[in-house]
Design a protein around this ligand. Structure first.
Ligand code: FES
Length: 157
């Protein structure tokens, strides 16, 4: 008898489906968990999530495309997102980004050479009264100066 070993990613998704349920309202929660662990959502995971939730893979992909914190490609180990929305923009987002680009020798939209950081702009992080704001992975930092932002990233590094 041929025994097909189950892919580890499939098993992981099955556990998540068990935890959150198999209807489409679980989709975002499952994607969030996969993103958190793998830093992106591989094609195979998208297919498996669609299969286990009994939805079309295009639906999975469109949810990933809609949310800035979900990615289909592996990026730097730490995802740095600086808010580019109006309040943070007025509160010094540009100086912040310039300092980060200078310090790490890479532009927003790119990953550092050592792949430790991926820099991205984000839309409002929901802390407009405490801008400029920056998220590093799951954690949001507020009331930043360029020096403070660089210091935080060097500590993460
Ligand atoms: S405008 Fe930057 S957090 Fe809202």
């Amino acid at each position: 008898m041929l025994v097909v070993e189950k892919n580890a990613l499939t098993e992981e998704i099955e556990v998540l489906v068990e935890k959150f349920g198999s209807d489409r309202s679980s989709l975002l929660k499952i994607l969030h968990e996969i993103q958190k662990k793998h830093r992106h959502i591989p094609d195979f995971a998208q297919q498996e999530i669609a299969r286990l939730l009994d939805i079309h893979p295009v639906e999975v992909f469109s949810v990933i495309s809609f949310y800035a914190f979900l990615n289909t490609e592996s990026k730097g180990r730490n995802l740095v997102r600086v808010c580019q929305t109006i309040t943070c923009d007025l509160l010094g987002k540009e100086a912040l980004c310039n300092a980060i680009e200078r310090e790490f020798g890479c532009k927003f939209g790119e990953s550092t050479k050592d792949n430790k950081f991926h820099l991205e702009y984000a839309n409002c992080l929901g802390l407009c009264d405490q801008g400029p704001a920056m998220a590093v992975n799951e954690r949001v930092y507020t009331k930043l100066t360029p020096e403070k932002a660089v210091e935080i990233l060097n500590e993460v590094k």
